[in-house]
Design a protein around this ligand. Structure first.
Ligand code: 5GP
Length: 203
C-alpha cells in the first residue's frame, strides 16, 4: 500500500502547561518526531546543540532568513526562533508526523503557509492551577510568576484560533485526547486519497 504523507502538527502551550511531559509521552510512538528549531538564545544548562535547538549566532540566523531556509521565524523575548524547512519536509514525505513546538505568532504564520497543518493548543485547567504549578516549581519569584501567568492568559485567549484545545489536567487523559484527535484526523476524507486508491484497485 502506498504510504500517506505524515501530518504537520503545530503544538503550542504557555509555559507551565506540561507540554514537555506530554511530548515525551507522544514521542514514544515512533510515527511522531519533533522539529528541532534554530535559535539565537544561549543554551540553558543541560541543553544540547542539535537536540533541543540548533544554537546559532544572530548573523547565521539572518543569513538563513535571507536564504529562505525557514518555514516561519519569530522574535520572542529578545531572541530569534525559527522552524527550518530541512527539519520538516523530508520527514513528512517519509510518512512521519512532524510536531512543531512553537509559540502563537509563529503558529499563525504556519496557518497561512501550510493550511493542511493541524493546530493543537494545550491549556491548563485554570489560571489558578497554572499559578500553583509555577509556584510549586519554586524556580521563580512571585513577580516573575505573575508575569508568566499574565503572558499565559494572553496566549490562552488565542486558543480558539487552533483546531483543537486539549486541557492538560491529568497527563494520561491529555495524551489520550491527543491520540484521539490524531485517529479522527487520519480518517478525514481529504487525507485518505491513498486509502481510496487502494480500495478501488482492480475495480
Ligand atoms: P524557550 O526559549 O523557552 O525554549 O522557547 C520560548 C518560546 O519559543 C516557546 O513558546 C517555544 O515554543 C517557542 N519556539 C521554539 N522554537 C520556535 C520556532 O522555531 N518558532 C517559533 N515561532 N517559536 C518557537
Amino acid at each position: 500500500m502506498t504510504m500517506n504523507k505524515g501530518r504537520l502538527i503545530v503544538f503550542s502551550a504557555p509555559s507551565g502547561c506540561g507540554k514537555g511531559t506530554m511530548l515525551a509521552e507522544i514521542l514514544k510512538d515512533k510515527n511522531y518526531c519533533v522539529s528541532v528549531s534554530a535559535t539565537t538564545r544561549e543554551p540553558r544548562e543541560g541543553e544540547v546543540d542539535g537536540v533541543n535547538y540548533h544554537f546559532i549566532s544572530k548573523g547565521d540566523f539572518l543569513q538563513k532568513v535571507a536564504d529562505s531556509e525557514f518555514l516561519e521565524h519569530a522574535e520572542y523575548c529578545d531572541n530569534y526562533y525559527g522552524t527550518l524547512i530541512s527539519e520538516v519536509d523530508g520527514r513528512l514525505n517519509d510518512g512521519l508526523n512532524v510536531i512543531l513546538e512553537i509559540e502563537v505568532q509563529g503558529a499563525m504564520k504556519i496557518r497561512e503557509k501550510r493550511p493542511d497543518a493541524l493546530f493543537i493548543f494545550i491549556a491548563p485547567p485554570s489560571v489558578n492551577e497554572l499559578r500553583r504549578r509555577l509556584k510549586k516549581r519554586g524556580t521563580e519569584t512571585d513577580e516573575v510568576i505573575e508575569k508568566r501567568v499574565s503572558q499565559a492568559a494572553g496566549e490562552i485567549a488565542l486558543a480558539p484560533k487552533y483546531d483543537y484545545i486539549i486541557v492538560n489536567d491529568a497527563l494520561e487523559d491529555a495524551v489520550s485526547d491527543f491520540f484521539a484527535v490524531m485517529r479522527a484526523e487520519k480518517l478525514k476524507a481529504e487525507f485518505s486519497e491513498n486509502t481510496i486508491n487502494e480500495v478501488l484497485k482492480n475495480a
